[in-house]
Ligand binder design. Structure first.
Ligand SMILES: [Zn+2]
Ligand SMILES: [Zn+2]
Ligand SMILES: [Zn+2]
Ligand SMILES: [Zn+2]
Ligand SMILES: [Zn+2]
Length: 402
C-alpha cells in the first residue's frame, strides 16, 4: 500500500470536525480557504450563473467557494483573471460564504437562514466583462472547448478584460466557419486550403511563418488555420482590441520583439479576407487601417524588462511601467500544496461532482447527507485504527453511484 495515498481514519474524522467548525482561521494556507480576505489577486475564478440569475448582479467566486458554497450551482470557469476579489458572502451574492462562515451551513439546513446574515462588503475594484455572463471572444459565444478551434487568452486585458478568443475570430472570421477537424475535411477542402496558402503574400499577416503541420492531421488534433501563426511559435497574445489602445507603444513593441501580427478584418470567408489583403485591392490601406493582434514569443518578458531598464523614458517603457505584469513575474495565486489528509477530502468532493445527473447533489442538504455517509463509512476505520486509502474512498463513491 502506498502510504502517501493514505491517512488514518481518526485523522480524517478529526478533519471533518474541523471542517464543521470555525477553526479554518487557524489554517491560513488551507486550500479550502476563501481568498476574499486576501483582496484582489490573480487567481482562478468561477462566475456563478445561478446566483447571477437570482440577484441580477455579476459575480466572481474563488476556487474554494466554487466547490464548497456553489456546489450545485451552474458555474462558468473563467480560468485566471488579475486583480479580482472573491464575491462569495458579499452583497453581490447575498448569501453566506460557507468557507469563511461554516456555522451558516447548519443554520441554512434548519431553514432559519435569512434572519441575521449580514453580507460582507464587495471589492468595488472588481471588473466584470462578458466572460462573467458565460460569454467569450469577440463572437460573444459560450466557451466551447470541443469546437473546431483553439482559444487563446489576451495577456494585456486592458480593453478586453483578459478575454479568450477563437483563432478564426482574431482574423475577423466567424467561429467554426472553417472545418478543421481532419475527420470533417474531404480532400477537396484540403486542396483549397493549400491554394489559399499560395495566395497569401509573404509578409502579409503571418503568411511567412505559415506551415502545414503534418503531425496535426492525425488523431484528435485540428488542422492549422491558414494565415494564423502556428501555436508553437508564440506564448501569448495582445488582442486587437487592447493593442489598438496604445498604437505607438505597440509599434515599438512589435519592432523590438520581432512579433508576428495578425490583422482583424471582418470577412465572411477566408477568400474574402485574402482578397482584402491583396495589395492591388487595397491601395488606400495604411499601416493602421486594421487593428492587429500581436503574438508574443516565449522570451518576451526578458526583452521587455531590458527595454524598461535601458530606455526608461521611451514610449514603450512608459507604457510597460503602467502594466508591470507585462515584464515582471505575474504569479497566479494558488494555495500551497495540500497534505495527504486533505487530498482525500478534495478527492471526495471531486467524486461528488462525477455522480450521474439523477444523483447529482441537489443542494447542500444532499451534500451534507453524503458527507455524513462518508463519515459513517470511515468510523470503523477510526475505531480499529486502520488506514484508509484513496482507492477505498473512491470505491465508497462508486458504490454510491450504483
Ligand atoms: Zn471565496
Ligand atoms: Zn452560486
Ligand atoms: Zn464562499
Ligand atoms: Zn469567437
Ligand atoms: Zn485584449
Amino acid at each position: 500500500m502506498d502510504t502517501r495515498d493514505a491517512i488514518s481514519a481518526p485523522e480524517y474524522l478529526q478533519q471533518q470536525e474541523e471542517l464543521e467548525t470555525a477553526a479554518r482561521e487557524s489554517f491560513p494556507h488551507d486550500p479550502r480557504e476563501c481568498t476574499y480576505a486576501k483582496g484582489p489577486l490573480r487567481q482562478e475564478l468561477y462566475a456563478c450563473q445561478t446566483c447571477l440569475k437570482r440577484t441580477g448582479v455579476l459575480n466572481a467566486v474563488c476556487y474554494a467557494c466554487s466547490i464548497r458554497c456553489h456546489t450545485s450551482h451552474e458555474l462558468v470557469e473563467l480560468f485566471t483573471k488579475r486583480n479580482r476579489t472573491c464575491d462569495c458572502g458579499t452583497e453581490r451574492i447575498g448569501t453566506p460564504c460557507l468557507v469563511r462562515n461554516p456555522q451558516w451551513s447548519n443554520l441554512m439546513l434548519d431553514k432559519s437562514f435569512g434572519g441575521k446574515f449580514s453580507p460582507d462588503i464587495p471589492d468595488f475594484g472588481n471588473k466584470y466583462g462578458h466572460n462573467f455572463r458565460g460569454r467569450f471572444c469577440s463572437c460573444d459565444e459560450p466557451y466551447n472547448p470541443l469546437e473546431d478551434s483553439n482559444m487563446i487568452q489576451c495577456i494585456l486585458g486592458v480593453e478586453c478584460d483578459e478575454d479568450w478568443y477563437h483563432e478564426e475570430c482574431l482574423m475577423g472570421l466567424k467561429p467554426g466557419i472553417i472545418k478543421r477537424s481532419p475527420a470533417h475535411c474531404d480532400s477537396d477542402q484540403g486542396g483549397n486550403r493549400l491554394d489559399d496558402l499560395d495566395q497569401l503574400k509573404p509578409g502579409d499577416d503571418a503568411a511567412n511563418t505559415l506551415q502545414v503541420n503534418d503531425n496535426s492531421i492525425s488523431g484528435d488534433e485540428i488542422l492549422p488555420l491558414p494565415g494564423f501563426p502556428p501555436l508553437e511559435t508564440f506564448e501569448t497574445i495582445i488582442c486587437w482590441k487592447c493593442s489598438s489602445k496604445f498604437p505607438e507603444a505597440m509599434d515599438d513593441l512589435v519592432q523590438l520583439l520581432h512579433c508576428d501580427t495578425l490583422e482583424y478584418i471582418p470577412s465572411e470567408s477566408l477568400d474574402e479576407r485574402i482578397k482584402t489583403l491583396k495589395p492591388g485591392n487595397n491601395k488606400k490601406r495604411t499601416k493602421r487601417s486594421y487593428p492587429t493582434t500581436i503574438f508574443l514569443r516565449e522570451n518576451y518578458k526578458e526583452i521587455l524588462k531590458e527595454n524598461v531598464r535601458n530606455h526608461p523614458e521611451g514610449t514603450l517603457a512608459r507604457f510597460l511601467k503602467k502594466y508591470p505584469f507585462m515584464y515582471e513575474e505575474d504569479p497566479i495565486y494558488s494555495p500551497p500544496e495540500d497534505d495527504d489528509s486533505s487530498s482525500v477530502f478534495e478527492l471526495g468532493i471531486k467524486e461528488l461532482n462525477t455522480l450521474p445527473p439523477e444523483q447529482t447533489i441537489q443542494g447542500l442538504e444532499a451534500y451534507q447527507k453524503i458527507k455524513s455517509k462518508l463519515t459513517e463509512f470511515l468510523t470503523p476505520f477510526a475505531r480499529e485504527g486502520r488506514i484508509v486509502t484513496k482507492d477505498e474512498v473512491k470505491n465508497f463513491f462508486n458504490n454510491i453511484k450504483k
